[in-house]
Write a protein that binds this ligand. Structure first.
Ligand SMILES: *Cc1c(COP(=O)(O)O)cnc(C)c1O
Length: 354
């Protein structure tokens, strides 16, 4: 079957009108990869799968929500989208708006966006505004503009975004052969994605597609962990720029997802995040961005406590939210730099030790 994107595949679960003109880049259908070595690392009773959302058209899971949000915006006659972003929302909004032939305005915190993401918004033709403030300031400005002017907000406070993102849960179930995993781990920033997955799983169960729903595990970065601390963080700090958020828009829904599913939301340090990012790349061959690695860092951390010790074999899916190529500067800081040699075969052979 030819893949034509998440609206085509999961249309009956989505609020899309019969005559809507679907705006798509054939997003979705991302790989669910069994992580053989990381499974071994976390102990024998866990089977770890990586849902690699970095393989999306704009390199992050945001495309799942953006196809629905922009399709609805066009259906409702809107001429421009606007968003605040830590990078990936703006890349996706700019791409889907270009595809739809409407204007895209993106507001980002100056100097705090990974290089590749900023480049994406620019090349897709968005009007890019950098504010002297953080993400939470940008979102406040976007909300205020959206209330007064004829532009459609495509942040995850737009309910169609979460509708699209819930297809991530459907896909995981389909890829596991009609079963939900026992646990689902993911990074938490503005908390839209954990909310969307926790819409998707129960909905798929209600539709008779799977017999159960997973325990939801959310991970924030230690320096940007408002939900874990129980109050907003004024100046959130972490290397994982995609989750550097001090006052998440879907805070309550995220807490609800954790509580209802019997899961939790906790924090991981930047060091744990970077270690996990390196492990995912060097052990499994998948290059994700730092924020994405918070999911794996989290299950590594929980596995060192007795959290998963139940005896029987359990399945855990970690969402790897974005592509590592977006943020190459991080790698320069933590991986070994290449060795420089003269253009001489003998010298190269000697260095390799052949
Ligand atoms: C947006 C994003 C997140 C955070 O998702 P929320 O829905 O805001 O919690 C995590 N990782 C990446 C790569 C993202 O782009």
């Amino acid at each position: 079957m030819v893949w034509r994107g998440v609206i085509d595949k999961y249309r009956k679960y989505l609020p899309i009108g019969r005559n809507a003109e679907v705006v798509t880049l054939n997003e979705g259908n991302t790989p669910l990869v069994h992580a053989t070595k990381i499974s071994r690392e976390v102990g024998s009773n866990l089977d770890v799968y990586l849902k690699y959302e970095g393989s999306h058209p704009t390199g992050s899971f945001k495309d799942r929500g953006m196809t629905v949000a922009v399709t609805k915006a066009v259906e409702e006659g809107c001429k421009a989208t606007i968003c605040a972003s830590t990078g990936n929302t703006s890349a996706s909004a700019a791409a889907y708006s270009a595809r739809a032939g409407i204007k895209s305005i993106v507001i980002i915190p100056k100097g705090r966006i990974a290089l590749g993401k900023r480049a994406q918004a620019m090349i897709y033709g968005a009007l890019v505004i950098e504010i002297e403030g953080n993400f939470d300031d940008a979102l406040r400005i976007v909300r205020e503009i959206g209330e007064k002017y004829p532009v459609t907000i495509v942040n995850s406070i737009n309910p169609y975004r979460l509708q699209g993102q819930k297809t991530g849960a459907f896909e995981v179930c389909d890829q596991l052969g009609g079963k939900a995993p026992d646990y689902h781990a993911l990074p938490v920033g503005n908390a839209g994605n954990i909310t969307a997955y926790w819409m998707g799983y129960p909905e798929y169960k209600a539709a008779g597609k799977v017999p159960s729903t997973p325990v939801m595990l959310g991970f924030q970065a230690e320096g940007a962990a408002p939900i874990v601390r129980g109050h907003p963080i004024q100046n959130p700090e972490t290397v994982a720029t995609a989750i550097r958020i001090g006052n998440p828009a879907s805070w309550k829904q995220a807490v609800n997802a954790a509580n209802e599913s019997g899961g939790l939301i906790t924090a991981v340090t930047d060091e744990e995040i970077l270690t996990a990012q390196k492990m995912i790349a060097s052990l499994e061959g998948i290059f994700c961005e730092p924020a994405s690695a918070a999911s794996v860092a989290g299950i590594l951390k929980l596995s060192r406590t007795s959290y998963f010790n139940s005896g029987e074999k359990k399945t855990v899916v970690c969402t790897l939210t974005g592509n590592g190529l977006k943020d190459p500067n991080i790698v320069e800081r933590q991986a070994q730099a290449p060795t420089i040699l003269p253009a001489d075969t003998q010298k190269v052979v000697e260095f390799i030790g052949l």
